[in-house]
Design a protein around this ligand. Structure first.
Ligand SMILES: Nc1ncnc2c1ncn2[C@@H]1O[C@H](COP(=O)(O)OP(=O)(O)OP(=O)(O)O)[C@@H](O)[C@H]1O
Ligand SMILES: [Mg+2]
Length: 229
């Protein structure tokens, strides 16, 4: 589980300080599906990057599965991220020169896994997203929805405890978006915690909890269905 206490993040440029996230407390238990909503520029991506150890908070305490993150070296942080966290980005972030199989293999190569174990994980992940027969294709040969499926396969092949998704359906039409959401719900039902940024209220409604960020202020929305009615 994730436990954040007084966590805050500011960005500094030459003359300007941007307080991207005001100090907040948040706990996310194992197995939860949390949607993160809020206007553009409110701090959603910053929150996901701090949660996923891609960026360091400026203040506060952060425990990830009982491990005190602030005290870790960058090397340990990368290892923890690789083992515990899967990322899904709005723009898929696949490597164009690699076929689907090798795209999924890439992060696995940093793990202590045999090539047989990696092969099993890659094929299992590709099968789960319905693209096993396309393993030798390149990203450019796929539709947007299929590319997002590969990105999800890459994230789940690492067997992460937490899946972080930044607008995973933002670039997709509504039919593809619904099928990606269904896939994420299936993954969540199998035990992976999911934190998903979305601007689509209909997708946010499918989460168990909704957290809203406004001007860097994070607040739980008690009854989201009522809030958007
Ligand atoms: N690397 C950075 N350096 C300086 N300021 C930044 C940096 N990244 C983000 N910010 C600022 O922090 C604030 C929050 O940005 P963030 O990207 O988290 O917003 P967001 O909610 O994800 O927006 P969107 O919905 O448009 O993706 C914004 O004011 C942004 O300009
Ligand atoms: Mg963003």
């Amino acid at each position: 589980m994730l436990s954040m206490r007084n966590l805050a993040k500011a960005y500094y440029t030459d003359t300007i300080k941007t307080q991207a996230l005001q100090p907040f407390d948040l706990e996310i238990a194992a197995g939860e599906f949390v949607a993160v909503v809020g206007p553009s520029g409110s701090g959603k991506t910053t929150f996901l990057n701090v949660t996923g150890l891609l960026e360091n908070p400026c203040e506060g305490q952060y425990e990830l599965d009982g491990i005190n993150v602030e005290k870790l070296s960058d090397k340990h942080k990368s290892k923890l991220r690789n083992e515990k966290i899967g990322f899904i980005f709005q723009s898929f972030n696949l490597i164009p020169e690699l076929n689907l199989y090798d795209n999924i293999d890439m992060p696995l190569r940093y793990r202590k896994l045999s090539s047989k174990q990696r092969h099993e994980r890659i094929m299992d992940a590709l099968t789960k997203v319905g693209l096993a027969s396309r393993q030798s294709h390149f990203p450019a040969q796929l539709s947007g929805g299929q590319q997002q499926r590969v990105a999800i396969a890459r994230a789940i092949a690492g067997k992460p405890a937490f899946l972080l998704a930044d607008e995973p359906t933002g670039n997709l039409d509504s039919k593809m978006a619904d099928s990606i959401m269904q896939l994420l719900q299936d993954i969540n039902n199998q035990g992976t915690s999911i934190i998903m940024v979305t601007h689509d209220p209909q997708q946010a409604l499918k989460a168990q909890r909704v957290v809203e960020i406004r001007d860097g202020i994070i607040a739980e929305v008690a009854d989201y269905a009522k809030a958007i009615a």
